[in-house]
Ligand binder design. Structure first.
Ligand code: DQA
Length: 146
């Protein structure tokens, strides 16, 4: 079964509490539960990882080397400045789908730069939690294409 790894960066463990006007009121556990049942229907395996620490995110990306078919990542604030996460994603050579709950281009100017986008197969932003489901759908399409 193809495996899709969902990685969430800093402060995304606070979904449901954090700035609801941008991020909505669903918790990360709730979002992941929805993805898990969607994955069962799609016939793909899903794994979830969240960390507030850049090094842990790098470690988890490295662990995915040669055993994961697609990475869906919302790197949180690291999107905008983590060369380490960019390098790790580039190293493992796994197709990447970038997700942001909010429209990062309609907010503070510092959010409009993503270091991750240039290496992503594609990105989804501004659709709230639905963005993760859209990403899983896109991942399934990518994997079906081989
Ligand atoms: C975010 C956007 C980032 O700018 C921010 O730092 C986040 C969440 C999003 O999902 O909209 O933590 O990645």
């Amino acid at each position: 079964m193809p495996k899709v790894l969902f990685i969430n960066g800093p402060n995304l463990n606070m979904l449901g509490i954090r700035e609801k006007e941008f991020y909505g009121d669903r918790t990360l556990e709730d979002i992941n539960a929805g993805l898990r049942s969607m994955a069962e229907n799609e016939g793909v395996e899903v794994e979830f990882f969240q960390s507030n620490h850049e090094g842990e995110l790098v470690d988890r990306i490295q662990q995915a080397y040669q055993n994961t078919d697609c990475i869906v990542i919302n790197p949180g604030a690291f999107t905008h400045y983590s060369i380490a996460i960019y390098d790790a994603l580039k190293t493992v050579k796994i197709p990447v789908i970038e997700v942001h709950l909010s429209n990062i281009y309609a907010r503070e100017i510092f959010r409009s730069k993503s270091l991750i986008s240039p290496l992503a197969a594609g990105g989804i932003f501004g659709f709230g939690p639905m963005g993760y489901q859209m990403a899983l759908h896109a991942a399934c399409q990518l994997l079906a294409q081989g």
